[in-house]
Design a protein around this ligand. Structure first.
Ligand SMILES: [Zn+2]
Length: 218
């Protein structure tokens, strides 16, 4: 109960340093890309940004992310990267588009979830995340155990939705604390808070399952 596994992150964190400075296809120097993706001269799709997931999605590199904004960026990029648009393009460009598209998916999924976003940012900061992180705070663990029981015993829609609301509020509070800790550069605290967030995320998943199995319409 008091050991948690932080999600192992897929993908290459050490994406290289810089984006190509000239177009791979026509060789023109690249200052600004069309839609942030294409060479302005020959319209070829360029390689994705190498730095990190934030750059790939074109959002600011901060813990505070707006879910709607992330979804908008994601949909925009996937629209441009749709395989249909590259059917008649050279093989090299098709490969770039496939790779780009899967990186966009990976970036979006990682940054959308407050837990994986935090873990990813910690890793970008060079902080090693232990495979298993122990939460030693007994009071916290007791509280989580009680919450788990409450969720298990919840019967009525009213009870379930009350627990859902409470848990969502707690998760929001935690997110604010994580954001503050990142701003303060207190990575140790970030790690502690993310370890706690893992439990709330698990409770959230249980509640979601309950809501689905009871056929509650929100
Ligand atoms: Zn070009």
């Amino acid at each position: 109960m008091n050991i948690i596994r932080l999600l192992p992150l897929k993908g290459n964190l050490t994406l290289c340093q810089t984006r190509y400075l000239s177009c791979w296809s026509c060789g023109q120097d690249i200052k600004q890309l069309v839609e942030n993706l294409f060479c302005s001269n020959c319209k070829s799709l360029q390689q994705p940004p190498k730095e990190n997931y934030f750059k790939i999605l074109g959002v600011s590199e901060t813990y505070d992310q707006n879910e709607n904004e992330l979804a908008k960026k994601f949909k925009e990029l996937q629209k441009y990267l749709h395989p249909d648009k590259f059917g008649n393009k050279p093989k090299e460009e098709q490969e770039i588009s496939e790779n780009y598209s899967s990186l966009v998916n990976e970036s979006y999924n990682t940054l959308l979830n407050p837990l994986t976003r935090g873990i990813y940012m910690l890793r970008l900061s060079g902080k090693e995340i232990p495979e298993e992180t122990e939460v030693k705070d007994q009071a916290f663990l007791m509280m989580i155990m009680e919450k788990n029981e409450e969720v298990e015993n919840a019967e009525t829609e009213e009870e379930i939705m009350k627990l859902n609301k409470e848990n969502k509020e707690l998760m929001n509070q935690l997110q604010k604390q994580v954001s503050q800790a990142f701003n303060d550069g207190d990575l140790k605290l970030v790690l502690k808070l993310l370890s706690q967030m893992k439990y709330y995320t698990s409770i959230d998943q249980q509640i979601r399952n309950l809501i689905r199995s009871k056929g509650i319409i929100r």
